[in-house]
Design a protein around this ligand. Structure first.
Ligand SMILES: Cc1ncc(COP(=O)(O)O)c(C=O)c1O
Length: 452
């Protein structure tokens, strides 16, 4: 068993302090991790062998032959999520129509409410999606824009934002402009980023499409400060002309201790299946009420209020925009309905602040270790205000793909290559990892760097 999962077990959760509450325990089937056992360096007490001697089930079921420093790519299901999926799957298999009839509306609401609770927003502000990409596409496909309006994005954004905007540009000639917010990511500064964002805005700008944490470099944008310059640019504008700050939040969501209100953003799209360790194939779009008024649905919603309006032959009147924006069609419901358990696991780990502390601690250890290795250049800022859980680096003289292959084949350490034109070696230690996983990663990079 890998990482801190070794310590996160059912019995300890039941016994330990720092539990999120009785309802959390019930919802998570009792597997909530207590803070007591979530310490950083508690040695052998939490090894897989010790857990198995005690008859405890580990929280994560990572392959023990590898050190996995890429759980952010697509979540491994924590045990409560896995069990909830199994529970729903069994009931759907036994009697699909009956279970849907009995449970569909309530379970969907439970998932929406759990995510709203996690984010600190109202449930009717949250649309459920299958991924970050789906959410981003829905937002940019139907954002209300007039001829001549422009959307500003950055060179650092992920394919999903760039491609959604390219498709929109092709459809109705909306102008999309890409700006550079920093040059060398590791030396990016708050002032540089915020003033580049500020300079990018024009009287025609209607949306600023950014990514919270860049998966190309690990740079975390100072969204609160960017929101302040957007607010300044919006002064005196009519509602329809105001710039919306729309964010791909996937590498901050489940890592950072911040609500949309804290960040000052207008729209957040994220998957739940990366740092939140939610069910694979789940995501959300949150928007502030003024932003929902500027978004329109693309995919028909199966919300009962929308569906009954169709039966009664009138447009939907009483469904909130978030319900209208939740794509309909039947889904892999067993996954969608297991979202509350992911939120409860997170609560059991100590909640947003504690998860942020631990994730940042792992990233800091990794950066510190890498900094001491000759021939290794860290490309992610050292400052926690400008970075989150992702850590990117280069090994002099080696292609990042070769480094990642050698990490896996020679050292059984799993890393990834940034999927961008400029490629780096990328790690993302998470709450599923302990300090010794990070040390293994550092030692492996040191061994590879020595032999170049
Ligand atoms: C910044 C960013 N946004 C979105 C995605 C895609 O997320 P999803 O699978 O939830 O669409 C990725 C990578 O997978 C990413 O790095």
């Amino acid at each position: 068993m890998n990482g801190e999962d070794r310590g996160l077990t059912r019995r300890r959760l039941l016994a330990g302090g720092g539990i999120a509450g009785a309802s959390a325990l019930a919802a998570a089937g009792g597997y909530i991790a207590a803070r007591e056992i979530a310490g950083d360096d508690d040695g052998d007490r939490h090894t897989a062998a010790a857990a198995s001697d005690r008859g405890d089930a580990p929280l994560f079921e990572l392959d023990p032959r590898y050190v996995n420093l890429t759980t952010f790519v697509l979540a491994t299901h924590p045990r409560p999520v896995h069990d909830a999926i199994e529970r729903h799957r069994r009931k759907l298999d036994e009697n699909t129509a009956l279970y849907l009839r009995e449970a569909e509306v309530a379970l969907e609401e439970a998932s929406r409410s759990a995510l709203a609770g996690y984010l600190g927003v109202r449930p009717d502000g949250v649309a459920l999606t299958d991924s970050t990409t789906m959410g981003i596409a829905l937002v940019y496909a139907r954002l209300r824009l007039d001829p001549g309006d422009e959307v500003v994005t950055s060179e650092h954004d992920f394919f999903a934002t760039h491609e959604s905007l390219r498709l929109r540009e092709r459809l109705d000639g909306v102008t999309v402009r890409r700006v550079r917010l920093y040059d060398d990511p590791e030396s990016a500064s708050m002032d540089q980023i915020v003033s580049a964002a500020s300079r990018a805005l024009s009287p025609r700008t209607r949306a600023l499409a950014l990514t919270w944490v860049h998966s190309s470099s690990g740079v975390k944008l100072p969204l609160r400060e960017i929101a302040a310059v957007v607010a300044e640019a919006n002064r005196g504008r009519r509602e329809r002309e105001r710039i919306l700050l729309c964010v791909d939040g996937v590498h901050g969501f489940g890592v950072e201790d911040a609500s949309p209100a804290d960040l000052g953003i207008d729209v957040l799209a994220s998957g739940c299946h990366k740092w939140l360790f939610g069910p694979r194939g789940t995501g959300l779009v949150w928007a502030a009420p003024h932003a929902w008024r500027r978004l329109a649905p693309t995919i028909p919603s199966f919300d009962p209020r929308v569906y009954s309006a169709w039966i009664e032959d009138h447009p939907p009147r009483d469904a909130p925009p978030s319900a209208l924006m939740t794509p309909g069609g039947f889904h892999s419901f067993e996954h969608r309905w297991a979202v509350p358990e992911a939120v409860e696991v997170h609560a059991g780990l100590g909640g947003r602040a504690e998860v942020a502390r631990r994730t940042h601690a792992r990233a800091a250890e990794l950066k510190e270790g890498l900094a001491g290795i000759g021939g290794v250049r860290i490309r992610t800022p050292g400052d926690a205000a400008l970075s989150a859980g992702l850590v990117c680096c280069e090994v002099e003289g080696l292609d990042p793909g070769e480094v990642v292959d050698r990490l896996r084949e020679e050292h059984r350490v799993v890393a990834s290559v940034t999927p961008y034109r400029t490629r780096y070696v990328r790690f993302g230690p998470s709450v599923a990892n302990r300090s010794d996983d990070v040390s293994r990663g550092v030692e492996a990079i040191a061994a590879i760097a020595r032999r170049t």
